[in-house]
Design a protein around this ligand. Sequence first.
Ligand code: SAH
Length: 299
Amino acid sequence: MSRQYDEHHRSVMVHEALHYLLGGRIEGTYLDCTAGEGGHIKAILKATNGQARVIGLDVDREVLDLAEQNLEEYRGKFRLFNSSYVDFEAVLRQAGVERVDGVLLDVGTSTFQLKSKGRGFSYELDEPLDMRMDLSAKITAADIVNSYSESELSRIIFEYGDEKRFARRIAKCIVNRRPLSTTRELHDAVKAAMPPAERYKRKRHFATKTFQAIRIVVNKELENIEGVLRSIPGFLKQGGRIVFISFHSLEDGIAKRVFREKSDSELKILTKKPIQPSQEEVELNLRARSARLRAAERI
Ligand code: SAH
């Protein structure tokens, strides 16, 4: 499959993430659970004059080559692993690290995934309905749209897609058109489910929410986030920080709840309310508009 990729990922809330993650330190070992193209890792290494060490994980093996290239000048200061953050403990063991000074999670899709061909994330391309971030995973988006019941599809599109008005109609349309095998077919099913006047009223493309919902299910995103947020604090040094950046209210809600539950034993919450990107950042980077950042410190 040919891969084309021409637009770099812009890291989100870099200044805020560094502020909470480092808390003024310039040394230490940090774990970036969602390395992506390595944008945040580079920012950490730059801000600490190369004195910090970073372990980066990403479940998408294709993006790690780009991270490797982007971080060239800091060779020796970071290590990248093709692993899900669900398995971070095994990676730390492999790297010979027991506890870290900070952990960053920037969940969501990277520009790389959305723009690279053949991955099935985008309604703008016509390709197999895949959406797996982990290419060794078994379940694809096609499996989900073709096997879930109409009511299950309706529920996930409503809940994970925040598609409040048209979830039922979209689910029905998908089921009527099965089997669906391409992103174009999913796009067209969503289109057919919406009254023409509604399709173009929205700020975002009309298929965005449905694609997001299916992607969240394919990659078990909510379960994974809950699991990692529960276990990470046990691997932070005292005073070590966790920074969580999300793009969806359900994800932010998980962090809010887990941090709160741990706030009398393991964590001190550093952000009472989630931090939002500045207006300038949103103007420069549309992807940042729904970003929310929460941070906590190990006590
Ligand atoms: N912070 C990065 C961008 C991260 S984009 C930067 O500044 O460049 C989010 C990344 O998280 C994607 O590359 C995606 O593949 C990865 N990801 C999603 N789920 C994951 C998981 N369970 N484990 C590890 N990485 C994951």
